[in-house]
Design a protein around this ligand. Structure first.
Ligand SMILES: [Fe+2]
Length: 237
């Protein structure tokens, strides 16, 4: 086991790199309990924004049915200024994560962006959520260059109702021509037909569970139903 201040790797960095190359994802990262709790506290105490909604709000402002006092029901909440959190700043310089990113990208990343995002519990149907929350539809991220992402669940994602990150394994390497020509968002039936249903995985893990992914694979957030899900994302390019 390799370790840094907050992050541990269950297997080894070379093993993880080999797995990401084949599957587009590797598991086995873990953020220690103290760091996970600090990030959770930061996300509770700091204001959030929802894209296309003009007013900042706190998670505690959400009332019955996830409604704000204005009547608006946000679907996601991006915690403002995540780098104001000391632990996240340190994670952005974490040697294990940097080594993984550098070896996967083939160069030292010169840009690291951090996002701390709540996916808010919703009683809306999948179709309704997908209309107002694009990451809830299978898509791949386009950046014009290589990039890689480390994700950590800050709240537990124990079942399919708690907001798992879902993806098609191996889809970072292989896409049909029409998938490259059309929008990066794609109907799930096409993906099942092309990759096979066994390639679709929904990633479950306790608070602190982490994974490393090539976000050019097809992936999506499955909206949580009962509890708000908090995810930390560190993107290297
Ligand atoms: Fe994405």
């Amino acid at each position: 086991m390799t370790s840094s201040s907050f992050v541990t790797v269950a297997t080894s960095i070379p093993e993880m790199l080999e797995t990401v190359k084949i599957d587009g994802v590797a598991f086995g990262l873990n953020l220690d309990k103290h760091a996970t709790q600090k990030i959770y506290q930061f996300a509770i105490k700091n204001q959030c924004m929802e894209p296309n909604y003009p007013f900042p709000f706190l998670i505690d402002d959400l009332g019955e049915g996830g409604k704000l006092s204005t009547g608006h029901i946000p679907i996601r909440a991006l915690v403002k200024d995540p780098l104001d959190c000391l632990i996240i700043r340190e994670l952005a310089n974490d040697q294990i994560l940097l080594t993984l990113a550098q070896n996967y990208l083939g160069y030292f990343p010169n840009r690291i962006s951090c996002h701390l995002t709540w996916s808010l519990a919703t009683s809306l149907s999948s179709d309704q959520v997908e209309k107002c929350y694009p990451p809830a539809t299978f898509h791949y991220d386009i950046a014009g260059y290589n990039f890689a992402t480390a994700y950590f669940y800050i709240t537990p994602v124990v079942d399919v109702e708690s907001g798992p990150h879902a993806m098609f394994k191996g889809s970072h390497q292989k896409k049909a021509l029409k998938m490259l020509l059309r929008s990066a968002r794609h109907p799930v039936d096409d993906l099942y037909a092309y990759y096979g249903p066994d390639k679709m995985i929904e990633i479950l893990g306790d608070a602190g569970f982490g994974f490393f992914q090539d976000p050019s694979c097809f992936h999506r957030v499955r909206p949580p139903i009962h509890n708000n899900r908090l995810l930390l994302q560190l993107r290297y390019s």
